[in-house]
Design a protein around this ligand. Structure first.
Ligand SMILES: C[S@@+](CC[C@H](N)C(=O)[O-])C[C@H]1O[C@@H](n2cnc3c(N)ncnc32)[C@H](O)[C@@H]1O
Length: 292
């Protein structure tokens, strides 16, 4: 953002460090308990400076960060925490030009972060069953100017994904282990898989399901961010922090039956290859029986 225009979002930070996000409208006023500020005082004028309410209270006017925007996003579902979203972008190796599939969209919190990471040459494909969440996400992404980089589907991923050979796929649904076969079909070889799960029980179920399929390089992580009071003479952590949001599980797609299955523990690898060989024998037998 160079100079803020009508329709842009601007962040106001008070002396008490409280943050307010406002969308600029010509002729409108922003009201606080310490007085009001005319939007026209911000439109077309530089940011990074102090503005004053009619009662003389000072606010710092800034361009909002991605973290500010996600925290203020209108929501109809639990939204991703910035700390988790940042780690997801890193671990899914997302950068401009990449393609990523996501479910469920929810209010579009993570969709927003994914789109900012892959734009302008990449694309996000996101699935959501609930019509109300689908509409909230559609509106949020339009308000953030990101609709061109996202395809939203109001669909259940139980029916599979439309895309193939995507770089990465992320699941934020209650039972991600149910969708691993569709996930595998959709990812490109060695593609990046990630999922978010609030409880350890969900993580265990997901790990077990991943281990039974051609996925490798599994990991489980939790991101903790401890904010500090930025006072040089009395530098110490804030009294409160987000103790738990969710666990993040990551894995990579590997080729079915590939020698790389050697990364599996011996017992699991033999069981998997045995099952695969049996399926191949059955398919060959069926083909032989149906050939005239
Ligand atoms: C916790 S929310 C996702 C929040 C989102 N990551 C965000 O940051 O805003 C989970 C969403 O997944 C959706 N969902 C659950 N099962 C689904 C399925 N099988 N197909 C598509 N969406 C699904 C739910 O309706 C819900 O909106």
């Amino acid at each position: 953002m160079t100079l803020p225009r009508a329709g842009d979002l601007v962040l106001l930070v008070g002396a008490d460090r409280k943050r307010y996000l406002i969308r600029l409208q010509p002729g409108a006023q922003w009201f606080s308990h310490r007085g009001s500020i005319a939007h026209d005082e911000l439109i077309g004028r530089p940011l990074g400076r102090t503005v004053y309410t009619h009662q003389g209270a000072a606010f710092l006017a800034l361009e909002p960060s991605t973290n500010d925007l996600i925290q203020e996003l209108p929501r109809s579902t639990q939204i991703i925490y910035g700390k988790d979203a940042a780690q997801i972008v890193l671990r899914l190796s997302l950068y401009p030009g990449r393609t990523v599939v996501e479910a469920g969209t929810g209010s579009g919190g993570l969709t927003f972060i994914l789109a900012r990471a892959v734009m302008p040459t990449g694309h996000v494909y996101s699935y959501e069953t609930r019509p109300d969440s689908f509409e909230t996400a559609q509106q949020n992404l339009a308000d953030l100017g990101l609709s061109a980089y996202v395809t939203l589907y109001n669909e259940d991923i139980a029916a599979g994904f439309h895309e193939r050979d995507v770089d990465a796929l992320f699941l934020d649904v209650r039972e991600p282990w149910l969708f691993l076969d569709h996930t595998w079909e959709t990812l490109k070889g060695s593609g990046f898989f990630g999922a978010l799960a609030p409880t350890v029980n969900q993580v265990s179920a997901l790990l077990e399901a991943l281990e039974r399929r051609p996925f490798g390089d599994l990991s489980v992580e939790e991101v903790l961010v401890r904010p500090y009071k930025p006072v040089p003479a009395r530098l110490r952590p804030e009294d409160r922090m987000v103790a738990h949001s969710a666990f993040l599980v990551f894995a990579r797609k590997i080729a079915a039956g590939d020698e790389s299955l050697g990364w599996m523990p011996e017992k699991k690898r033999r069981a998997y290859l045995g099952k695969l060989a049996m399926a191949q024998r059955e398919a060959a037998q069926t083909a032989a029986e149906t050939t005239p």
